[in-house]
Design a protein around this ligand. Structure first.
Ligand SMILES: Nc1nc2c(ncn2[C@@H]2O[C@H](COP(=O)(O)OP(=O)(O)OP(=O)(O)O)[C@@H](O)[C@H]2O)c(=O)[nH]1
Length: 366
C-alpha cells in the first residue's frame, strides 16, 4: 500500500528566497497604497499631471507583480522593481514632487538596493543614481527637469545620502559575512552529525535515515533493495595484540577498501564498533551476496599492516533483501541472524551461504 510522503524540507537558501519574495510582495503592495494616496492628495491639490504620473507608477509595480505571479522569476522581479523605483525617484527629483520634497524619497533606495542585490551591483546602481542626481541638480534647464534646489539643500542632500550609503554598505557587508559564517558552521555541524569521525563513513543515525528513505521508495514504487551487515572477525584480538591504534587503522583501511568495492549508488556506513552496514539500492539478494562475497575475498587478500606488523583481517557478513522481510526492523533482524550464522559457521564467510569460485571449480562435474 502506498504511503503519503512528507514534503522535502526547504534548504536554507530556498527559505531565504521565499522570505525575500514575501518582503517584496509586501513592499510592492505598500508602495501601491502610498502612491495611490499621495496621487489622490496631488489630484485634490490640482496637481493633476503629478497625480497621473504617480498612478502610472502604480501600473508599473502592478505589472511587475503580475509578471512574477505568472512566471515565478525572482531575478526579473527584483530587477524590475529596482528599475521602477529608480525611475520613480528620478522623476521625483526632477519634478521636485510636492513642495520640492521629492529627493527625500531617495533615502529609501540604498538599504533597498543592498538588500535586493549583491554589494557590487548595489554600489554600481547607486553610483549611477548619484550621477543622475548630479545631472538633475546641476542642469535644471534640461527637458523634464522642473525643480530647482538651493546649493545648501544639494550639499546636505549629497552629504547625508553618502553617509547613509556607506552605512548601508558596511552593514550589509557584515550581514553577508555573518550569514556566510553561520551557513558554513551549520553545514559542518550537519555533516558531523551524519558522519562517523574515525572512518568518514555515514554513521548509524544517517544509515537509519537512508534505510527509512529507501524503504519508503520500496513501498511507493516497489524498488527492491538489500543490505549487508558486516563484522570484522576476532577484532578484539587485533586490539589486544597490536594495540588500539592498530585497531583504528584497520577500521579506516577496511572502510576505504569497502568504498572501492561498492557502487556509487550504494551507501556504506559504520553501524557501530567493528560492525558496518552497506545499503544496496535496486539490488536483489543474489546480487548483494555476490558483492558481499567479493568484498570478503578482497579483505582476505588485502595486506593490512601496522608499521612492520602484518595484521590478520577477515570479515563475516549477513545479507538480506527487503523481498524477504516485512519491515525495516525485520530486515535488520534477519541480516543480524545471518551474520550470527556466518560467525557460527567459522567466520570469514557470508550468510546465507553462496558457493565461492574455488568451490565451484573444485566440485566434481556431474
Ligand atoms: N580500535 C578500535 N576498536 C574498537 C572500536 N570499536 C569497537 N572496538 C573493539 O572491537 C572489539 C569487538 O570485540 P567483540 O565484540 O568481542 O568481537 P570480535 O573480537 O570481533 O569477535 P567476533 O565478532 O566474534 O568475530 C572490542 O574489543 C572493541 O573494543 C574502535 O573504534 N576502535
Amino acid at each position: 500500500m502506498s504511503q503519503p510522503t512528507a514534503p522535502e524540507p526547504l534548504s536554507a537558501s530556498e527559505r531565504e528566497d521565499a522570505q525575500v519574495s514575501r518582503l517584496l510582495t509586501w513592499l510592492s503592495a505598500t508602495a501601491i497604497v502610498l502612491l495611490a494616496g499621495i496621487g489622490a492628495k496631488a489630484w485634490f491639490a490640482e496637481h493633476t499631471t503629478h497625480a497621473w504620473v504617480l498612478w502610472f507608477f502604480i501600473g508599473l509595480i502592478a505589472i511587475n507583480m503580475l509578471a512574477f505571479a505568472r512566471t515565478g522569476n525572482r531575478v526579473r522581479r527584483k530587477a524590475g522593481l529596482i528599475v521602477v523605483v529608480g525611475l520613480l525617484f528620478t522623476y521625483l527629483m526632477a519634478s521636485g514632487g510636492e513642495s520640492n520634497t521629492g529627493p527625500l524619497w531617495f533615502y529609501v533606495f540604498p538599504p533597498l538596493l543592498f538588500y535586493l542585490t549583491d554589494l557590487k551591483t548595489g554600489t554600481a546602481v547607486l553610483l549611477f543614481c548619484y550621477l543622475v542626481a548630479v545631472v538633475v541638480f546641476q542642469f535644471p534647464g534640461l527637458p523634464m527637469v522642473s525643480a530647482e534646489y538651493s546649493t545648501d539643500f544639494k550639499i546636505r542632500f549629497f552629504s547625508t545620502l553618502t553617509f547613509e550609503s556607506i552605512f548601508c554598505f558596511v552593514l550589509e557587508a557584515s550581514r553577508l559575512k555573518a550569514r556566510h559564517e553561520l551557513l558554513t558552521l551549520a553545514e559542518s555541524h550537519e555533516r558531523a552529525a551524519r558522519t562517523d569521525e574515525l572512518t568518514g563513513l555515514a554513521n548509524r543515525r544517517d544509515m537509519h535515515n537512508r534505510l527509512s528513505g529507501e524503504f519508503s521508495r520500496y513501498q511507493r514504487s516497489g524498488h527492491h533493495f538489500s543490505i549487508a551487515l558486516i563484522d570484522l572477525d576476532l577484532f578484539k584480538k587485533i586490539n589486544d595484540r597490536y594495540g588500539h591504534d592498530a585497531g583504528d587503522q584497520v577500521l579506516r583501511e577496511f572502510s576505504a577498501l569497502m568504498q572501492t568495492v561498492i557502487r556509487q549508488t550504494d551507501v556504506a556506513g559504520r553501524w557501530g564498533g567493528e560492525e558496518f552496514l552497506i545499503l544496496l539500492p535496486d539490488t536483489s539478494l543474489l546480487q548483494a551476496l555476490t558483492l558481499a562475497e567479493r568484498l570478503r575475498s578482497e579483505v582476505a587478500r588485502h595486506p593490512f599492516r601496522f608499521g612492520e606488523q602484518a595484521l590478520p583481517v577477515t570479515i563475516s557478513a549477513g545479507v538480506c533483501s527487503i523481498a524477504k522481510a516485512g519491515s525495516l526492523d525485520d530486515l535488520l533482524k534477519q541480516a543480524d541472524l545471518n551474520l550470527y550464522a556466518a560467525k557460527e559457521a567459522g567466520r570469514n564467510r557470508i550468510a546465507p551461504r553462496v558457493r565461492t569460485q574455488e568451490e565451484e571449480g573444485a566440485s566434481p562435474t556431474p
